[in-house]
Design a binder for this molecule. Sequence first.
Ligand code: PLP
Length: 964
Amino acid sequence: MTMPPVPALQTLEDPQEFVARHIGIGADDEAHMLSVVGAASRAALIAEIVPPGVARRKPMQLPPAVGEAQALAELQQLAARNQQLKSFIGQGYYGTHTPGVILRNVLENPGWYTAYTPYQAEISQGRLEALINFQTLVCDMTALPIANASLLDEATAAAEAMALALRVGESASRSLVIDPGVHPQTIEVIRTRARPMGIEVVLPASAVAWQQALEGDYFAALAQYPATDGSLRDLSGDAQQVHAREAAFIVATDLLALTLLKPPGECGADIVVGSSQRLGMPMGAGGPHAAFIACRDEFKRALPGRIVGVSRDALGQPAYRLALQTREQHIRREKATSNICTAQVLPAVIASMYAVYHGPRGLERIALRVARYAAILAQGLQQLGQHVAGNDSFDTLLLHTGKATAALAARAVCMGVNLRRFSEEALAIALDETTTRADIERLWQIFALPGQEQPDFAALAAGSALRIPDHLRRSSAFLTHPVFNSHHAETAMLRYIRALSDKDLALDRSMIPLGSCTMKLNATSEMIPVTWPAFAQIHPFAPPEQLAGYQLLDAQLRAWLCEATGYAGISLQPNAGSQGEYAGLLAIQAYHAACGQAQRDICLIPSSAHGTNPASAQMAGLEVVVTACDAQGNVDLEDLARKCQQYSERLSCVMITYPSTHGVFESRVQELCALVHRHGGRVYVDGANMNALVGIAAPGEFGGDVSHLNLHKTFCIPHGGGGPGVGPVCVVEDLVPFLPGHTSTGLFSGVGAVSAAPLGNAAVLPISWMYMRMMGAEGLRRASETAILSANYISCRLQPYYPTLYANPAAPGRRARVGHECILDLRGFKASCGVSAEDVAKRLIDYGLHAPTLSFPVANTLMVEPTESEPLAEIERFIEAMISIREEIRQIEAGAVSRNDNLLKNAPHTAAALLAEDWPHGYAREQAAFPQPGQRPSKYWPPVARIDNVYGDRYLHCSCIPMT
Ligand SMILES: *Cc1c(COP(=O)(O)O)cnc(C)c1O
């Protein structure tokens, strides 16, 4: 018997091994797909689709791909450059113990992190329940009636509160007064956001000056409770003064402290914001963490972000869905007050689970322990002769350390501890859930002079002092709902988490072919580093040298993304695509101003744009002028040229998406850029569709001046059910000085800070780093090409059943082509049989599939984006389902089935409906439940039937359903 020859070693060491794992299409599948779409090769297909001028780009200079094990080893070396000291810095970021059951089963569980934003409510009941728990938590703690489901961070939440107050307020003033006790990073972001809105920020330097300022004229005042220096005071008097001026009182607060403190809502606050980070989410060098915003009932229709509400389904059962959905602010486009789209859903789920697990008594116990430690620490420090400021605080002490400040801070670092350098003459120490007796004794040691006797911990602990005065103690109950009082045993908690995730359809069960949203593989190897302590346990305001690993990660990733986009400079600070847009537009405006062209204030946006584009433009102080699209869905260049001419002097920029939101590579994009440049304007290219471009074309080379990327779309950060995201802003050379930054870090700060933390959602950056490291230039290009091939395959296969809208007009004898997504036109069915695209989306649930993007950018269509990661078998499952649904529609068209009672109108079908004694429908239960062969063993059962949106908006209820 002869054995086959042993292959050469190189062929056994395949550095491209990950590429083949990431891309779901193998060589045989690819050959088959190419034959179906009628292209000789991938390269030939791309050449047909991407205009030659656009496709001409410099090759990406990236390090050659490595396998998963090596990439992880390299990243571990980077992580090891971070120094993990015990941080007592506070300032909005605290140590916390993520309960193991939540860490493993939520934060590290693809059932949660690969889910999409819950627009399809019937397949999202689990995360919607978790989010309504979050809203209930926020309402209960703050004592306000309405809370949203998360914002990006505390600083941007405060800026959103400012915009909300301005909009709902009665005052004619455009001044905002900020208490000196507000966190500095919050003030920094508010300054950035206030400028283009023409808001004057008044910053009194002392408590006395604050009181005086409250006598003045302003539309809102912002205070922090407890203050950034840890001090506590009753805000009721301030609230009365603010209300006497007809202004809104905004309070930034801390959810853990509110278990012990009189809540802001009881002190007269109108809007309350803050971060839920310390409820179980690691510091992660600044993010991702869920911020919250709560307000008075009258403001609810102007609240930014998403609100989860209770409604009922077709069977009359209670069900959750996003409330006031058309009011999700960015959908209002240029009339929006906020551009928030992707938020921080996964961190909000973590915070809600933390509250469910600990319950009101557990949270109070944690808070009391922190407050007791703080009181003991203060007494000991006083015994050591230190000057502890004030008498009232929750967890943070301010020490007047005078000339010894720098030396004490340095001594602390030598002892493995970070204190906050509050000023040249003061240090602050913030305690948290992780503080132990040993920490308190170590802190005393730092301040003890040689020979000085250590305070006696046991003796001090024998007392019962708190630094919280009785009149500020909370007396109202909170978290009384059973959900916060039932799952305190780990077994119960594990099953609660599992029960919720079982209700949801995420990428771990089905493809999620959402056009524009790019739901691709989030590889496990990419996710693993996120919770490494060397990334997770780092305070964003630790001394910069302790963040050396993060800085290197940031620098490498920026360099690689510059290669991918063709831009000269990038900032990773924006926490979402919307924030990248905003930062990019600010950069353009700052550039014009620096050129003496401050009058340039018109932003041209094609009608097909994503809603965040006009919303960001108006926030950046620009006037939006909408331009037309032609019958093929392309930007109407003639209309654009007319408007450029008309507004030439005032033209700031044009915002386009490329390939367009219609999924088309417009052939005249370079002409468009040249036209705008001739009029002195800049071109903003929305990079949400980069998954069609990476390695193929570079916006920074074909004429773009600014783009944002969505690392949570193209670069593998999972969607998390609607966040976290990272929205890097990328610019050409002359705009680099105008990228955002924090003054506190000494980095450039052209337009100021756009996020609370200098590196934004730093803790998820390793995901994109891993992706690029393992794919290399060739792998990334292959991914884009495969994504385009798969979309064209679906478009071709479904052509006889659902024509693709806006496929590029075919050259004679050539097939119509799309980019990386295709819009299936379902508009005809309304007339032919009363079926809408929404009916098809709901029917797909019965097939165990997540619907494509519904009615964006064209009403009554489905936009399909398979991505490169989906295996052909899954693509076929989707195609077969769509073909089968087409046949179901035909039955209605033919009059064989009723227009009002059919498989589509009644979808999705729940087990309860299918098992009911009574089956009044003109089709079989079998057909409803198992429309596709092979579904029986692993059928996804929707927990609720079609949800009634109108009912829920009429009877708005946005907290946990009362138990009866
Ligand atoms: C997703 C998306 C955005 C907004 O990004 P977020 O991260 O959700 O803020 C902007 N434009 C387009 C075309 C998008 O698809």
